[in-house]
Design a protein around this ligand. Structure first.
Ligand code: M7G
Length: 183
């Protein structure tokens, strides 16, 4: 028998399309609930660094859409890791895989329930990794998830991580969103 995961996870893919809205361009790829099915999927698809610029992968718990508007996200926010351009070849794929493994392995202990999912944005100006949590007001949970992430990714002091509330991101198109927490 296969090794069951605590949760069922869904992979989403976003590709920009001028004829569709952002929401319509989010495509649900597949869901899985065993370690073996995770690896079959992971080994079958392009790595993040192989995606065309402008595209995203998102992996969320089944039933949570990878958007601010979802009930599980609307009071939440994300830990954001901004990579510089050089890190696409050195860090992007490693960080993304490690984030996925943290999530499916429920690495955040008593706070794993607060994790909704994660997103990788492949962008010309620098790639981004975000881990989305459901309640931005739960400082304990947000900080513990951030600390664990930083430890597991072995993020050094030169890379700072900021937690941004989705409600701030939503209205801040263009300019930079303020960090509500930093690590
Ligand atoms: P992005 O892809 O997160 O980052 O957001 P980028 O600026 O580096 O490309 C780009 C745009 O996508 C936003 O300004 C929104 O128009 C749209 N968008 C992104 N997200 C995460 C959402 C979302 O959750 N809901 C909606 N409605 N639009 C979003």
């Amino acid at each position: 028998i296969k090794h069951p995961l605590q949760n069922t996870w869904t992979l989403w893919y976003y590709e920009p399309d001028r004829n569709k809205s952002w929401e319509e361009s989010q495509r649900e790829i597949t869901s899985f609930d065993t370690a073996e099915d995770f690896w079959s999927l992971y080994n079958h698809i392009k790595t993040a660094s192989e995606l065309r610029q402008g595209c995203d992968y998102s992996m969320f718990k089944q039933g949570i859409r990878p958007m601010w508007e979802d009930d599980q996200n609307k009071c939440g926010g994300r830990w954001l890791i901004n990579l510089d351009k050089k890190q696409r070849t050195t860090d992007l794929d490693n960080f993304w895989l490690e984030i996925l493994l943290c999530m499916i392995g429920e690495a955040f202990n008593e706070y794993s329930d607060d994790v909704c999912g994660a997103v990788v944005n492949v962008r010309p100006k620098g790639d981004k990794l975000g881990i989305w949590t459901s309640n931005a007001d739960c400082a304990d949970s947000v900080m513990e998830i951030g600390r664990k992430l930083k430890e597991r990714l072995r993020i050094t002091s030169k890379t700072t991580m900021g937690y941004q509330v989705h409600k701030d991101t939503m209205i801040k198109a263009g300019s930079q969103t303020k960090n509500t927490y930093t690590l």
